[in-house]
Design a binder for this molecule. Structure first.
Ligand code: AMP
Length: 488
């Protein structure tokens, strides 16, 4: 069975009433400013209302939360809105606290005119208040797997009445090592249920999970992972790893960046970067797994309200962050997995708005850039790196007949060199150890996950990636549309 691809342009005709949703839900959507259903909503809602299982390939920002939340709420309202005893009827699993909290926010927003009760449980905070709310009874529970199992073990949660089971961002859930937890949770929900599984990617593990959990699912695909969010302008600077902070500072000070989410690979890298920005009087906050839940929520609140302009985050912590008006995503460290790039840049350009994604790529990271361009099938625009911050030409770039044999590989001509450096791929065997800047330091690979099952690409893969980057780099356009040299 193949998925039917759905385009992401806003659906122009027909409102939520046409989908058969209760007027109480429609009024809430009206208040939230939702004028018409997004394509995934238009596709998924009728199937879910019909009781079908759904396997949705949809990345973040496509409106998938409402695509499953609205029909679930509609089913719950069908059962009568004035319930006495409340059992958990809908269970939504999400990989991270931030995403879980946002899903709850959506449920609360859509159910504002009803008596449906929803709550969220996740780790990193006290169990007691969560248990109290659960004992009073809820209809919808949003949860991260670890805390859910914890509360099940405490006897606070009974999943015996669940009718709707949603797994959101299932690929990330497996990446984070939650597969055994998901299996245990699945055993605790009734066999007779409606199951909805959403994932940004469909690797074999997800197909296999889906075949176990879903019954004759309708398959939907919106914006497959290989086609990155369209309104996002994507560019790269080739920069010396040790000078990334200088480049970042100049970008943040250029006046073009309203609000930026900056990605580092590690928690320590995020802390170090925030300190460096602080010393440059650029206020920034870090969001990562070593921060307390309170600190993360505070930072996110300030970021959402615009009080903080810059947040530095690791991938897992940033997962699901939905900040309206986020103008820039900046990859301070290139992601080591190409799919992570798509997740990162999905933070901007949400709900059809435009956004800018800038990547700072050191010579050691060129292979990652190549992998990204392969996956997205779209070369990133090459921007001129400010003088003095350029990446040194990679060894292979020099004349095969002898080093320094080509005048073009000298110390001038940043943009040209940037493009050509990309062409060489600057593969990692070339990464000389004296580099100690952001990129190479950060590659220690400390992970917030429970044990990623992904491994770095093997050497031959890296080599072929490097070679193939030549064609895309040579297309380098060298200018940020509408933007100037950040130091100009
Ligand atoms: P999601 O992919 O569910 O995280 O949604 C991405 C963003 O789109 C969120 O800010 C939603 O509030 C917003 N959104 C979802 N559906 C609609 C809609 N039909 N109209 C306008 N905004 C929407």
């Amino acid at each position: 069975m193949t998925a039917s691809p759905i385009h992401t342009e806003p659906a122009s005709s027909g409102g939520f009433q046409d989908l058969g949703l209760d007027t109480r839900l429609c009024r809430a959507l009206d208040r939230a400013g939702y004028e018409s259903p997004m394509p995934i909503q238009r596709e998924a809602i009728p199937h879910i209302l019909d009781g079908r299982d759904v396997l949705g390939c949809a990345q973040t920002g496509t409106g998938k939360t409402a695509a499953f939340a609205l029909p679930i709420l509609e089913h719950l309202l069908d059962g009568g809105d004035d319930r006495g005893r409340r059992d958990i009827q809908a269970l939504v699993l999400a990989p991270t606290r931030e995403l879980a909290a946002q899903i709850l926010e959506s449920f609360e927003c859509y159910a504002a005119n009803t008596s449906v009760r929803a709550t969220v449980v996740f780790g990193g905070v006290s169990k007691r208040p969560q248990a109290q709310i659960l004992r009073r009874g809820v209809d919808v529970l949003v949860a991260t797997p670890g805390r859910l199992l914890d509360l099940m073990n405490d006897g606070v949660i009974d999943l015996g009445a669940v009718r709707f089971f949603v797994l959101d961002e299932a690929d990330r859930m497996l990446d984070m090592g939650f597969a055994p937890d998901v299996r245990r949770i699945t055993r605790a929900v009734p066999q007779k249920r409606q199951t909805l599984l959403f994932s940004a990617t469909m690797p074999r593990e997800i197909e296999s999970l889906a075949s176990k959990l879903l019954h004759k699912p309708v398959r939907l695909a919106v914006d497959p992972i290989s086609s990155t969010v369209e309104p996002v302008e994507q560019s790269v600077y080739f920069v010396d790893g040790r000078r990334k902070t200088d480049l970042l500072k100049s970008l943040l000070e250029s006046g073009e960046v309203d609000r930026a989410l900056v990605f580092t690979r590690t928690k320590h890298g995020a802390n170090r970067l925030v300190q460096k920005l602080d010393r440059a009087r650029i206020e920034a906050a870090a969001i990562h797994g070593n921060k307390s839940q309170g600190a993360r929520e505070r930072a996110l609140r300030r970021f959402k309200s615009g009080e903080t302009r810059v947040v530095v985050a690791t991938d897992i912590a940033a997962r699901g962050i939905d900040v309206k008006g986020l103008s820039h995503v900046i990859n301070y460290d290139m992601p080591h997995e190409a799919e992570t790039y798509v997740h990162r840049i999905g933070r901007t350009g949400r709900a059809g708005q435009s956004g800018v994604a800038l990547s700072l790529c050191s010579p050691e990271e060129r292979a990652h850039l190549t992998a990204i361009e392969r996956l997205t099938r779209r070369p990133l625009d090459r921007l001129k790196t400010p003088e003095g911050l350029e990446a040194e030409p990679a060894r292979e770039e020099r004349s095969p007949r002898g080093r320094g044999g080509r005048s073009g590989a000298g110390q001038s001509g940043g943009a040209r060199r940037g493009a050509r450096s990309g062409a060489s791929g600057g593969n990692r065997s070339n990464g000389r150890s004296r580099r100690s800047g952001g990129g190479s330091k950060a590659s220690g690979g400390e992970s917030e996950a429970r044990g990623s099952n992904r491994r770095p690409r093997n050497a031959s893969q890296t080599r072929s990636n490097s070679r193939s980057s030549g064609s895309s780099s040579s297309r380098g356009r060298g200018r940020r549309p509408g933007g100037s040299h950040p130091n100009a």
